[in-house]
Design a binder for this molecule. Structure first.
Ligand SMILES: [Zn+2]
Ligand SMILES: [Zn+2]
Length: 206
């Protein structure tokens, strides 16, 4: 039998060893890429003062990345990966009911765990691998390649509701970024004043 992706001889498998290994890598990377895509949605020019007083930053004036917006609006990546999980499970365990939507990370992990079976027995393994490869390439074209490494530098101090609740999410930074932004509440810390405030209000760790 030949590999469903590259066409090379794959013994009795639907996916050759090399493409199976690549698929495993891509399934491991997709959730990270997706997180980065979400991050690319954050309006880039909002400052500390504005974000605190602006409930909904998105709008016609927001400098959002159109490609990212499309992805987020349609949920394309999540839907595609989930449909593959549904199909693999349908073929492998026809008596089981279809898995409910469980998020991209869970679906990628599930497919990765079933990868040996997929490569050996799933007739559409080549199509699955091809589609995952396309999703990965699309995400990387927006996010960058390699995926930038992030480092936690502190916790977000933004107030997120009328009761004075502090966001508290981890703030991460990667080389080359001139500002920090919170991935949970989208608060942006930029300039010395913001950074001093951020440092000053860090929770005291025991
Ligand atoms: Zn192959
Ligand atoms: Zn926050």
């Amino acid at each position: 039998m030949t590999c469903g992706l590259c066409g090379d001889e794959a013994d009795s498998r639907h996916l050759c060893k090399r493409d199976a290994a690549k698929l495993a890598e891509r399934l491991a990377d997709l959730p990270t890429l997706y997180d980065e895509l979400v991050h690319c949605l954050v309006p880039r020019r909002l400052g500390w003062g504005e974000i605190v007083s602006t409930k909904n930053a998105a709008g016609p004036q927001s400098p959002l990345n159109e490609a990212v917006l499309d992805e987020m609006n349609t949920g394309h990546m999540t839907a595609v990966v989930h449909s593959w999980r549904v199909d693999v499970q349908r073929i492998r365990w026809p008596q089981h009911t279809a898995p409910p939507p469980s998020g991209l990370t869970a679906d990628c992990r599930w497919l990765a765990m079933e990868l040996d079976w997929i490569a050996a027995h799933y007739p559409a393994a080549g199509d699955l691998a091809r589609e995952v490869r396309t999703l990965e390439a699309q995400a990387r074209s927006v996010v960058g390649d390699p995926v930038p490494q992030r480092k936690v530098v502190g916790q977000c101090i933004a107030i997120v509701d009328d009761q004075g609740t502090v966001c508290g999410a981890d703030i991460t930074h990667m080389a080359g970024e001139s500002r920090l932004s919170c991935r949970t509440c989208h608060c942006v810390y930029e300039g010395q004043q913001d950074l001093l405030l951020l440092l000053h209000y860090q929770p005291v760790t025991a």
